[in-house]
Design a binder for this molecule. Structure first.
Ligand code: UTP
Length: 406
């Protein structure tokens, strides 16, 4: 692509400012910018004017509650252990996010939440998975999704730490895709004079990015039938938990979702439900008063189970889902970038939009989902913020309650 062609392409979208520093660039930088302009899909930017996506008709989806699980615990556990021992279960850590709310430039998993000794988020997660490895006597393949921004640092850190005791040959890293970002008026931002700012494109891209990295072969070669996809920031979660695996296998669903009972009717969590008869998640701001007041046959709120970003996907269903179009979420965030004068800034408040496809939307593409209730005090300690709700402080408290020495 020539400069002229790039100028035409960007002007046609009202985005010619990305060439503002052209005269200051050397040959190599110019070539890099032209290549990025040629290869990037800028269509997400139009979405900031698109408004909210239309939703269908919601109805309740009953969860397998803790008392149901307790009544069948032995049966579920044995089915799960059998599946894990047969090597049919893998884990996939979503670690491509930017963790902007935590306010560190390092990957979120590198955050040290220890008090008397170092205890990294990655370490907590790996310890949790190692519990199952020990319990079942079986190593579980662990996929780790990073992004272009945090890949090198993540891989280097985990290697230096000896993968916190996990077997190196059982870990596969891959990078997710990126998407351009813009300011609040829809103008593309620059991360340097020769590069348009990009950000990870959301956590839904895990399957296609994994296939692009050539890792689909593990699914075939090792006969992986289930993948537990989970977030980096919930330090308490149980991964490939045998009872959950067993419950999904025996229920013959295409996906299982770990859920927690809402702490309060107005808690800001996405709630599992049906939408037009298919599994889905209704966001807290979409929950109408009528839905909030609907009761199930036991007199409990019918929309009462929040998702915690821990899903067990049946691999056989994934190739079909990968080809389907998914909603794009426009998220307001703080984005480090160049200002008009070319100075690098780190904003204190959200200054732009990122575009993300979310793993929760994959649920809606699948035919049957099992919401599986877990005790939030034992399995839900997300670290989203430095202080306050879902923070380092609350996670420390919950870890200590669960006997983890901090
Ligand atoms: P969050 O929604 O908390 O986003 O991610 P984030 O980028 O980590 O944090 P903030 O909002 O900037 O503070 C939930 C999970 O999805 C992963 C994150 O790493 C986390 O495990 N994720 C998110 C990705 O893997 N890729 C993405 O593009 C976004």
């Amino acid at each position: 692509m020539t400069y002229q062609q790039a100028l035409e392409k960007m002007s046609s979208m009202g985005q010619e400012q990305v060439l503002r520093f052209w005269d200051e660039l050397d040959e190599e930088q110019r070539a890099a910018l032209l290549k990025q302009i040629e290869e990037t899909d800028f269509s997400p930017i139009d979405r900031i004017h698109g408004g909210r996506q239309e939703r269908g008709v919601f109805s309740p989806l009953a969860a397998m509650q803790i008392y149901h699980i307790d009544a069948r615990r032995k049966e579920l556990y044995e089915a799960g252990v059998q599946t894990i021992k047969a090597g049919k279960t893998a884990a996939l850590l979503l670690a491509g996010g930017m963790g902007t709310r935590l306010g560190t430039d390092d990957p979120k998993g590198m955050y040290d939440i220890g008090i008397t000794h170092p205890l990294y988020i990655f370490e907590c997660i790996i310890n949790n998975l190692l519990d199952v490895v020990r319990e079942t006597g079986t190593w579980i393949r662990l996929f780790i999704m990073t992004s272009e921004i945090n890949h090198e640092t993540t891989v280097k850190f985990l290697k230096e730490k000896g993968y916190f005791g996990y077997r190196e040959d059982m870990i596969c890293f891959f990078r997710q895709d990126m998407a351009p970002v813009c300011d609040l008026e829809g103008k593309l931002l620059m991360e340097s004079k020769e590069r348009i700012a990009v950000s990870p494109n959301g956590n839904a891209g895990w399957y296609s990015s994994m296939l692009r990295a050539g890792l689909g072969r593990y699914i075939e070669e090792e006969g992986i039938e289930w993948i537990d996809v989970f977030a980096v920031d919930n330090v308490l979660q149980r991964i490939c938990d045998p009872c959950f695996v067993g419950a999904c296998v025996l229920s013959d669903v295409s996906v299982g979702a770990k859920v927690v009972r809402k702490a309060a009717p107005d808690e800001k969590v996405g709630v599992i439900c049906l939408e037009d008869g298919r599994p889905s998640i209704v966001e807290y701001y979409e929950l109408s008063r009528e839905m909030a007041e609907t009761l199930d046959e036991n007199g409990e709120p019918a929309y009462n189970y929040g998702v915690i970003l821990n899903y067990l996907f049946k691999t056989a269903e994934l190739p079909r889902v990968a080809g389907e179009k998914m909603p794009l979420h426009v998220v307001k965030k703080k984005i480090n970038c160049l200002d008009e004068k070319g100075e690098y800034i780190r904003p204190d408040a959200p200054n732009g939009y990122k575009f993300e496809q979310l793993v929760l939307d994959m649920i809606h593409q699948l035919s049957a989902c099992l919401p599986y209730e877990v005790d939030r005090e034992r399995e839900f300690a997300p670290i989203k913020n430095l202080t306050g709700v879902d923070s380092v402080d609350t996670a420390r408290e919950l870890l200590a309650k669960n006997g983890v020495v901090l």
